[in-house]
Design a protein around this ligand. Structure first.
Ligand code: PLP
Length: 360
């Protein structure tokens, strides 16, 4: 069976060796006679899976000792509510930088529980850039400052983090966690839906500094209280067992590859190949401000909708799938997460060059 190069923004391609290992272990995980999908989450075997997934993530991201790692449910979208419910603990005020649709949704949700101060927005230019980080002034009395490190729909990312002083920096890292080296100690909280760089959909990663745990608002539902999940080591209720197991396999794969510094180098190389093609073309036009370009989601347009549709159709016929831009912006988006091999990017570029010659 031939596999395609899948440029889907999420759920997205997983590393082939990980899928093969999961396939091998599917019917009988480590001699238990069952798959990880069938296993009690209270069993010692599953406990070991959660523990090693956690340890591996701590190692890969260099997570300091005063942080907790959680495997939750509800996607990044649930974090849009969980963050304010837990972190509005002093002045019920937060700063938000609006760099895309997801950042906007996060801010809207926080507004239900407290005061939201929009410190910057790139809406004026269709979210094609990251507002000047140096001018993003954190309110000294805010409970936290929220950013989206990589904007999946618009293909932008922060190359420099805003300086928020003593105000905890909270990051939605859904579409670039583990793609480049981050100093976790700069953040109060990081969250990410797993379905791009980590695992199948289902599990949501939260990395939270200890001092931010245990101060949830009284109205916080039990499932949305970080302390409940910290106290129960992510096993308060039935977790997404299979996704957590897959995350562990992906973490092992990444560690074997040389960890985050190694994948960052590959990611930069992959993105360079694709952006070079766009910049040297008269048919394709990059949509993101060059200095803020994402190395995970590469967005570009063609001169007409007809040509865009033709591009997508012919790419598909060449085994290059899910290149359609987000429904709100159109155009093309190639998501080249960690698991996309460099060969996939080269195949896409070869196709793009050929398509350009044929459609001049
Ligand atoms: C940056 C970002 N934040 C949030 C979300 C929403 O995540 P979920 O579907 O896991 O709720 C997405 C989904 O693509 C995303 O890319």
């Amino acid at each position: 069976m031939k596999r395609v190069y899948n440029f889907s923004p999420g759920p997205s391609t997983l590393p082939l060796p990980v899928l093969e290992k999961a396939q091998k272990e599917l019917l009988n995980y480590e001699g238990t006679g069952m798959s990880t999908m069938e296993m009690s989450h209270r069993s010692k075997t599953f406990q070991d899976i959660v523990d090693s997934a956690k340890e591996l993530l701590i190692e890969l991201m260099g997570i300091p000792k005063n942080y907790k790692v959680l495997f939750l449910q509800g996607g990044a979208t649930t974090q849009f509510s969980m963050v304010p419910l837990n972190l509005f603990n002093k002045n019920k005020k937060a700063d938000y930088a609006i760099t895309g649709n997801f950042a906007k949704k996060a801010a809207q949700e926080a507004q239900r529980y407290g005061e939201v101060n929009v410190v910057a927005s790139s809406k004026d230019k269709d979210f094609s850039y990251i507002p000047d980080v140096d001018s993003m002034k954190a309110s000294p009395d805010a409970d936290y400052f929220h950013i989206t490190t990589n904007n999946t729909i618009y293909g932008t990312r922060y190359t420099k983090l805003p300086d928020t002083g003593d105000v905890p920096l909270v990051a939605d890292m859904s579409s670039n966690i583990l793609s480049e080296v981050y100093d976790v100690s700069k953040f109060g909280l990081i969250y990410a839906g797993a379905q791009k760089n980590i695992a199948p959909s289902g599990v949501t990663i939260v990395i939270i500094r200890e001092d931010l745990v245990g101060k949830a608002m009284d109205i916080t539902p039990v499932m949305l209280d970080y302390k409940v999940h910290v106290d129960n080591n992510s096993l308060y209720n039935t977790p997404t067992t299979f996704s957590i197991y897959m995350a562990k396999l992906v973490f092992e794969w990444l560690k074997d590859l040389g960890g985050v510094p190694a994948i960052e180098k590959i990611n930069i190389e992959k993105a360079k190949i694709l952006y070079n093609c766009i910049d040297n073309s008269s048919l394709y036009k990059g949509t993101a401000n060059p200095k803020d370009r994402s190395i995970m989601n590469v967005t570009f347009t063609l001169p007409s909708e007809e040509l865009t549709a033709k591009f997508i159709k012919e790419a598909e016929q060449n085994g290059l799938v899910s290149l359609k831009g987000h429904r709100s912006v159109g155009g093309i988006r190639a998501s080249i997460y960690n698991a996309m091999p460099i060969e996939g990017v080269k195949a896409l570029v070869d196709f793009m060059k050929k398509f350009e010659l044929e459609n001049k």
